[in-house]
Design a protein around this ligand. Structure first.
Ligand SMILES: *[C@@H]1O[C@H](CO)[C@@H](O)[C@H](O)[C@H]1NC(C)=O
Length: 148
């Protein structure tokens, strides 16, 4: 019994640390179900393209910036304004712990991304999107995926 308990515990810890890379179509499905397709006029392709260039679909991606703030997760959401860490609690516009933005469950990250698009009036927040996705034909990004 004890051994099984320990194994189960190790299993949990490994699951938490392991980074998850979503496939393009799996993301398309999750994004679509979460209402991102055409959210504020941005088609599904915009979101899939943006997530690719921001994180390569890596849910645990973290990038430390020069000012000491950190970009978190699949959408590389920044701790300075949008989420809270132990050191940085003031702005937290998404009312969420930054650690909740690097889990396999994308619910919080999607809610926060929607808020960013709403508050900043568009997707310009994401450099990857501006550079590689904005104004392009993005239909390829959902090609072959089981989404309408
Ligand atoms: C995903 O991001 C984490 C954190 O930055 C990194 O340690 C891991 O190697 C990345 N995974 C892949 C497959 O790139």
């Amino acid at each position: 019994m004890k051994a099984i308990g320990v194994l189960a515990l190790i299993g949990c810890v490994v699951t938490v640390i392991e980074s998850k890379i979503y496939s393009r179509c799996k993301l398309a499905k999750i994004f679509s179900r979460a209402g991102l397709d055409n959210y504020r006029g941005f088609s599904l392709g915009n979101w899939i393209c943006m997530a690719y260039y921001e994180s390569h679909y890596n849910t645990t991606a973290q990038t430390v910036l020069e000012d000491g703030s950190i970009d978190y997760g699949i959408f590389q959401i920044n701790s300075y304004t949008w989420c809270r860490t132990e050191k940085q609690q003031q702005k937290n516009h998404c009312h969420v712990a930054c650690s909740a933005l690097i889990t396999d469950d994308l619910t919080d990250a999607i809610i926060c991304a929607k808020k960013i698009v709403k508050e900043t009036e568009g997707m310009n927040y994401w450099q990857g999107w501006k550079k590689y996705c904005e104004g392009r034909d993005l239909s390829e990004w959902k090609k072959g995926c089981d989404v309408s």
